[in-house]
Design a protein around this ligand. Structure first.
Ligand SMILES: NC(=O)c1ccc[n+]([C@@H]2O[C@H](COP(=O)([O-])OP(=O)(O)OC[C@H]3O[C@@H](n4cnc5c(N)ncnc54)[C@H](OP(=O)(O)O)[C@@H]3O)[C@@H](O)[C@H]2O)c1
Length: 338
């Protein structure tokens, strides 16, 4: 399937941007989407990419002296020297997958221009206690992470049924393992996995492959872009901007979304700090990009793929294969220290 046109939703950042660059490097014609492609330029995308591929060490962890020490950039030489050129080759189009008109104006056009592979990647997270996170936040989470992908798929299928195709849904290990204070995120990702399985049942006669790709914790600006409404108020408390880079550990740690007055504060604080530190120490999104390349090169793809470092994959293996559900919840609580 090499040299085919690939559409990646949410290609302005994180996993989407890295996959767009990697597949371009591998010879695919990549169309990436963003809600605001007019705001993207080569330097911005390059900086985001380099930042995610820079290793950071957390020193004096959890003490008042805690700092981030910048390490080396981990990207292959071939990509690094061609980075400007690779970014230049990606075609960015405007798309908001929560907006039905935006999807129905964009997807059929791209499909008729020859897109055969769709990577449903765009997504975000909402953090907060189930009791106080508003229904609006729960709906917004599902609207992007589940219905958003559904809109894209529904608009693409009439074209794929005629020409065949490949749909890769970016889910998450969080769809297998319950993440505390991310309940609607975890639910949306579990739903995407099930959508993948049911699509496989229905699309078998039409030569359309469907898989889910499930990354573990990957170092991207995901937490910086997290919706963190103050518990109970339904208001956004933290406005993240470009300057809040993923390296500004303290800023992020201090951006704990749950107020001190909340009965959930101790557990939310503990979870938030674990989540923030883990993501900074997580592998770069290149690991996901490589897995994506492997998937779309495969003639007989599996239903679900995991993409993460060894420790996370091993943890997942234990959780899935060995332990009971009760033990799974117990281990998760221990892991987050709650
Ligand atoms: N990072 C992880 O540890 C991790 C783990 C498992 C799964 N994932 C999944 O991987 C995907 C990408 O996450 P990431 O970590 O790369 O986060 P990210 O760096 O914050 O990227 C999110 C992307 O989604 C796009 N997006 C957000 N809202 C959108 C909307 N309404 N319509 C269209 N595009 C939208 C953003 O583009 P614009 O803002 O330019 O529109 C951006 O390109 C998500 O589905 C996430 O759940 C991430």
């Amino acid at each position: 399937m090499r040299k085919e046109k690939v559409l990646i939703t949410g290609a302005s950042s994180g996993i989407g941007l890295t996959c767009a660059i990697y597949l371009t490097f591998k010879g695919y014609k990549v169309i990436g989407t963003s809600r605001h492609p007019e705001k993207l330029n080569k330097d911005l995308l390059k900086n985001r990419y380099l930042e995610m591929h820079t290793k950071y060490l957390i020193k004096h962890r959890k003490s008042s002296k805690e700092i981030l020490v910048k390490g080396k950039i981990h990207i292959s030489k071939e990509i690094l020297i061609n980075l400007d050129n690779l970014i230049e080759k990606i075609k960015f189009v405007p798309l908001d997958i929560t907006d039905s008109n935006s999807v129905s104006n964009t997807i059929p056009k791209l499909m008729s221009e020859g897109v055969r592979i769709i990577v449903n990647n765009a997504g975000d997270g909402h953090f907060g206690p189930i009791e106080t996170l508003s229904i609006e936040h729960a709906k917004a989470q599902l609207d992007l992470n589940y219905f958003g992908h559904l809109r894209v798929i529904q608009n693409a299928l009439p074209y794929m049924r005629k020409n065949g195709g490949f749909i890769i849904n970016n889910a998450s290990l969080g769809g297998y393992i319950p993440l505390p204070f991310h309940s609607h995120y975890s639910s949306s990702k579990a739903a995407i996995r099930m959508l993948t399985e049911t699509l496989r049942l229905e699309l078998k006669p039409f030569n359309i492959k469907v898989v889910s790709l499930n990354p573990g914790v990957i170092n991207t600006p995901f937490n910086v872009n997290m919706h963190t409404p103050q518990a109970g108020s339904g208001e956004e408390t933290y406005e993240y901007t470009e300057e809040n880079s993923i390296t500004s550990l303290k800023k992020l740690l201090n951006a704990l979304p749950t107020p001190k007055t909340s009965p959930y504060y101790p557990a939310a604080k503990q979870t938030w700090e674990t989540v923030v530190r883990n993501m900074i120490r997580g592998p770069s999104p290149q690991i996901v990009a490589k897995k994506l390349f492997k998937i779309i090169s495969s003639k007989k793809p599996k239903v679900h793929y995991i993409s993460s470092n060894f420790i996370q994959r091993f943890g997942y293996f234990l959780m899935r294969r060995i332990t009971s559900d009760k033990l799974k919840i117990f281990i998760t609580r221990k892991f987050y220290g709650i």
